[in-house]
Design a protein around this ligand. Structure first.
Ligand code: NAP
Length: 345
C-alpha cells in the first residue's frame, strides 16, 4: 500500500490538528503508510532497488540527526558526501560506515557561515567525479543560540537559511534531472518574530535578537524559500523537487544546548513535548522518506512538500504567503549576488 498512492488522496490531503499528538502517542500511520513511530529502517524496507542507487550530499552529516540520516543512506549502499566542520570526527564516522556497509562515504569541509567555504565545498564535490548529485539534504543547523557578536550576525539566519540558500544555488548546476533538495526545517517556524512579515532589513540587529524567535525565523525563511523556488520554471523543467522536513523532537546535543539557551521557554516546551520525543532512528525517518521514497515526490508534485512523521502536513498561512516567499528569496538572491561580485575581484 505504501508505494502506490492514489492521486485523489494526494491532491485532497488534509489531517485535522488533533491527529498529530494523538497520532504520535497511538502510533497511527498516515496516508503514506508511515507514522511518528516509523523509523528509517521501515522507510528503507519499503524502497525498491531503483530508489536507492544515489549520490547524496548531506550537510552536518557527522553528528545528531544528520549522522543518523547518513547511516540510513549508507545502509542502502549510497555514495555519500558529508559536509562537516570537524573533518577528523567526520572521517572516523565515514570509516566506520564504510567498514560496515557497501556505501562510499566522502568527507568535505563545510562551514555554512562562510561563502568561501561553501564555494570550496561545491568545487571539491565536483572534483570527486561522482556524477550528478541525486539528493541534497540541507540538514546542518544551529539551534536557538547566543548572538554571534564576533561576526555581528544572527547565527540562525546565516547558517540555517542563507548558508543553505547559497549552497543550493551553487550545487544546482551539478544536480541530476529528477533530483531532490530536502531542507530540514522545524515546527518552530511557527514562532518567528512577527506573524505577518519578516524584518528583512534588520535581521542582524543585536538589540532585537531573541534566540528562539531567530531560530523560528530562519526555519520560516527556509519554508518560504523552498516553496518559492520549487515553483520556478528552471526547477520544474529539470524535474527537481524541493521538499521540507520537520524531523520531530529528538534528544541530540543540539537540542539539549538549545534548551539551555531558551531559558524558561525551553524548560516548558521540554515538559510539554516529553511524550512526543522521538528516537534518532524515528527522527531521521522523515528525511530519508523525503530523500528516497517515490511517494514523497508524488506528494510534492501536488504542492504538498512539507513533511512531518513521513506524511505531508499543512503549513501556516504565513508560510503559504507567496508574496513574502518571493521577497525572502529575492533578498537572499541579492545577498548572494553581492557576495559573488565581491569575490570576482
Ligand atoms: N533535534 C531536534 O529536536 C530538531 C527538531 C526540529 C528540527 N531540527 C533540525 O534538525 C537539524 C539537525 O539538528 P540536530 O538536532 O541533529 O542538531 P546537532 O546535533 O546540533 O547537529 C547539527 C549539525 O549541524 C552542523 N553545523 C552547525 N553549524 C554549522 C556550520 N556553520 N556549518 C556547517 N555545519 C554546521 C553541526 O556540525 P558540528 O558538529 O561541526 O557542530 C552538526 O553536524 C537542524 O537543522 C535542526 O534545526 C532538530
Amino acid at each position: 500500500m505504501t508505494r502506490v498512492l492514489e492521486a485523489r488522496h494526494m491532491s485532497n490531503f488534509h489531517t485535522p490538528c488533533c491527529w498529530w499528538p494523538l497520532g504520535h502517542i497511538r502510533g497511527w500511520k498516515g496516508p503514506s503508510g508511515f507514522g511518528a513511530k516509523s523509523s528509517w529502517r521501515d522507510v528503507v524496507d519499503d524502497l525498491a532497488p531503483t530508489d536507492v542507487r544515489k549520490t547524496i550530499v548531506v550537510t552536518g552529516g557527522s553528528r545528531g540527526l544528520g549522522a543518523e540520516t547518513v547511516r540510513a543512506f549508507a545502509s542502502v549502499g549510497a555514495t555519500i558526501v558529508i559536509g562537516a566542520r570537524d573533518e577528523t570526527h567526520a572521517k572516523s564516522f565515514a570509516c566506520e560506515l564504510m567498514s560496515n556497509t557497501r556505501a562510499i562515504v566522502h568527507v568535505v569541509e563545510l562551514d555554512l557561515r562562510s561563502y568561501e567555504s561553501i564555494v570550496a565545498f561545491v568545487r571539491a564535490v565536483a572534483r570527486l567525479h561522482l556524477g550528478d548529485v541525486n539528493v541534497l539534504v540541507n540538514n546542518a543547523g544551529v539551534m536557538p543560540c547566543a548572538y554571534d557578536a564576533a561576526r555581528g550576525q544572527d547565527p540562525a539566519w546565516h547558517v540555517n537559511f542563507l548558508g543553505h540558500f547559497i549552497l543550493t544555488q551553487k550545487l544546482l548546476p551539478h544536480m541530476a534531472r529528477g533530483a531532490r533538495v530536502c531542507n530540514v526545517t522545524s515546527e518552530v517556524y511557527r514562532f518567528s518574530y512577527d506573524s505577518r512579515d519578516l524584518p528583512l532589513d534588520d535581521v542582524d540587529d543585536p538589540t532585537k535578537y531573541d534566540a528562539v524567535k531567530s531560530y523560528g525565523q530562519s526555519k520560516l525563511a527556509i519554508v518560504l524559500w523552498t516553496c518559492h523556488q520549487a515553483r520556478s520554471p528552471a526547477l520544474v523543467e529539470r524535474d527537481v523537487s524541493m521538499m521540507l522536513v520537520h524531523p520531530g523532537s529528538v534528544e541530540t546535543n543540539g537540542a539539549a544546548e538549545a534548551r539551555r539557551q531558551s531559558g524558561w521557554r525551553g524548560a516548558v516546551l521540554h515538559c510539554i513535548g516529553a511524550p512526543f520525543v522521538k528516537s534518532l532512528e524515528c527522527g531521521a525517518a522523515t528525511t530519508v522518506y523525503a530523500a528516497l521514497h517515490p511517494s514523497a515526490t508524488a506528494y510534492a508534485a501536488f504542492g504538498h512538500r512539507y513533511f512531518a512523521s513521513c506524511n505531508p502536513r499543512e503549513t501556516t498561512k504565513q508560510a503559504r504567503d507567496r508574496d513574502l516567499a518571493r521577497r525572502v528569496t529575492e533578498r537572499a538572491a541579492e545577498y548572494l549576488a553581492t557576495l559573488n561580485a565581491a569575490h570576482e575581484h
